[in-house]
Ligand binder design. Structure first.
Ligand code: 13P
Length: 300
């Protein structure tokens, strides 16, 4: 049984100076591949669904896939909502088994962002569900959310401090210069801003826009305060390319399960590579043990 506290996972990763990989699954097989990868290399995992994926499969199917897969491994795995903008969708995630939700009201004025995040907090907390929220605006394309370069802006550290003082977040997504999708040119990561915000908030930060960031950049972000690294675009490319490549290399093979197996293995390889790169390999069972022990202490 490995359904666990998102907030505690992030705190442990921060203390141990590594980051938990957060991947956006696109179907059951990609969920299964990330769980198998996490289990094989003993890494904690955040499975995070985009709104588009929920609209496609429905809350119930995704929640049941997650429960089935995560219950059969000995590493901590959470189901998170990425960039929740629709309050009804967020509420339904809380009610149907998500262990964490992101409320993204970063396009709203600051006070409105705080108000909406507090509303989600009031729904989530009694259900034991943790929260991610965003300030500033992260650029690029994440599913249906498109933030043009000229609209993207960095988080204000004073606002970040107030936001985290008023809200006990599981993880904090402050815009620090990264962007969703592949980068056109050099990403301009504001390392000083990560440092300043983490020091003021003491809240583990989420690094959005992980696809295309080099290892050195990611390591520095982790060292300064990021404990969750999001990867979505990378998976989409591996998902499509591995399928096409199998067909190109085996043009007369129309056995679907062979194609799916090739795709599955390619996804698994990506997941293992990223989880290892972010420092999570070998950390999963120890994290799970620590979480279980603290739960036993609080219920004893
Ligand atoms: P990428 O598009 O860079 O993979 O970022 C994903 C992300 O941050 C999801 O919120």
């Amino acid at each position: 049984m490995a359904l666990t506290s998102f907030k505690q996972m992030l705190r442990i990763a921060r203390r141990e100076q590594y980051a938990i990989a957060a991947f956006n699954p696109v179907d059951y097989a990609s969920m299964r591949a990330m769980v198998e990868a996490a289990s094989e290399i003993d890494a904690p995992l955040i499975m995070q669904t985009s709104a588009k994926t929920i609209n496609y499969y429905g809350h119930e199917a995704l929640a049941s896939w997650y429960k089935h897969l995560a219950s059969n491994v000995d590493v901590p795995i959470t189901l998170h909502l990425d960039h929740g903008k629709d309050m009804d969708m967020i509420k339904k995630c809380i009610d149907t088994g998500w262990t964490a939700v992101m409320i993204d009201a970063s396009d709203k004025p600051f006070e409105e962002n705080i108000r909406l995040t507090k509303q989600v907090f009031d729904w989530a907390t009694p259900a034991g569900v943790a929260i991610e929220a965003e300030i500033g605006e992260i650029g690029g394309v994440e599913e249906d959310i498109i933030v043009a370069e000229e609209d993207a802006h960095l988080a204000n550290p004073d606002e970040a401090e107030r936001f985290c003082r008023e809200l006990d977040l599981g993880v904090f997504a402050a815009a620090i210069g990264t962007a969703h999708g592949y980068y056109h040119g050099e990403p301009k990561v504001a390392f000083d801003l990560i440092d300043d915000i983490y020091k003021r908030t003491q809240t583990p930060m989420a690094l959005h826009g992980g696809t295309g960031l080099d290892q050195e950049t990611i390591a520095r972000c982790i060292q300064l305060g990021c404990s969750k690294v999001n990867i979505s675009t990378n998976l989409k490319h591996v998902f499509v390319d591995s399928f096409v490549e199998y067909n190109r290399n085996n043009p007369s093979d129309y056995e679907p399960l062979k194609v799916l197996s090739a795709q599955f293995e390619a996804m698994k390889e990506l997941f293992k590579e990223k989880m290892t790169e972010f420092g999570g390999a070998g950390k999963g069972s120890a994290m799970l043990k620590e979480i279980r022990e603290s739960e036993n202490m609080t219920t004893a």
